[in-house]
Design a protein around this ligand. Structure first.
Ligand code: SIN
Length: 307
């Protein structure tokens, strides 16, 4: 059986994954911590925590609220900054087989381009994921992902600054995600990943106050799966570059739904908080399904529900 997928077919270097299961940014650290618990080399790819030029402390606490079928977060891109990532994390990744994708976030197009150029030639970095969809920051983030012109401008700036494959992570907090996907594809994105979190909030009724220190946050987990699945289905019809599905995937069954909707790969996110083995279990479940159904190539399943 061949579980391999290509996520950047129009890029000279390409981004070939041995299987379609990636980790989602912000849910698997830098991959170095979970590496102590599981064989991460068996994953398709690891996407690291959203990274900015300078280190960030993130938003005021509390930053996490559990909801009926998901998680609200307002982390605010807490991270170690690009220099520490290059000096401390990339040398570890360079010894790994599993490709690592660096998720980058900035306040303006210039910062995104600077981040991309700093990653140029860094061993251990296989691709860039451009985060234009974080709902938890005052400047940048979702603001760019909600405007097709800004989304395209940032994509083009990163493409011009980098020879790596460029994925762009899209926000669901827009009226037409397919419109944004088309804009970034035209600007040169090699693939799109979707969806980031849905904006939401929770209130502590004893204190009569919002629970999250930042008032609002981003909702992830099983609650958002049907929204994410439909977004993937629509975007896969709208663009010809690969689509990476993300949003509430906790099992192989969920992952297969996204693949059949048109995703070339999937990202497992919130599920890793409850069980760090979740992404590997998704790989194994996909293998079992293919064996049982006599599917030889995973690529035969991509978008099959569209036909
Ligand atoms: C955060 O750090 O606030 C979440 C990152 C994201 O949603 O992109």
């Amino acid at each position: 059986m061949d579980l391999g997928v290509e996520l950047a077919p129009r890029h000279g270097r390409g981004l070939r994954l041995r299987n379609p299961v990636m980790t989602a940014a912000g849910t698997f650290g830098y991959g170095t911590e979970p590496a102590e618990l599981l064989d991460i080399q068996r994953l398709g790819a690891i996407v690291c925590k959203g990274t900015t030029i300078e280190p960030r402390d993130g938003n005021p606490q509390p930053r996490l609220v559990e909801t009926a079928a998901g998680l609200l977060n307002s982390v605010g891109l807490q991270n170690i900054g690009i220099r520490a990532l290059i000096e401390e994390k990339a040398p570890v990744w360079a010894k790994w087989q599993v490709p690592v994708v660096v998720n980058i976030a900035g306040d303006n197009a210039h910062q995104y381009a600077e981040l991309a150029s700093m990653l140029e030639g860094v061993a251990g970095v296989s691709a860039i994921e451009v985060n234009i969809s974080c709902p938890n920051v005052e400047r940048g983030g979702m603001e760019f992902g909600a405007d097709p012109q800004a989304a395209a401008q940032i994509t083009a700036a990163v493409k011009a600054a980098s020879s790596l494959p460029v994925l762009v992570k899209l926000s669901p907090n827009v009226s037409d995600i397919a419109h944004i996907a088309r804009a970034v594809a035209q600007a040169g994105a090699d693939a799109v990943s979707l969806i980031n979190t849905l904006r939401g909030m929770a209130i502590d009724k004893e204190r009569r106050r919002p629970i999250l220190g930042n008032i609002a946050g981003g909702l992830s987990g099983p609650a958002i799966k049907p929204v994410a699945l439909y977004a993937v289905y629509r975007v896969a019809q709208a663009v010809s570059i690969p689509v990476i599905g993300c949003g509430g995937i906790v099992s192989a069954s969920d992952a297969l739904e996204f693949i059949m909707a048109g995703a070339s790969a999937v990202q497992v996110g919130t599920a890793s908080f409850t069980d760090p083995h979740a992404p590997l279990e998704v790989v194994e479940g996909i293998e079992r399904f293919m064996e049982r159904e006599g599917v030889e190539r995973l690529t035969d399943l991509i978008g099959i529900a569209q036909r």
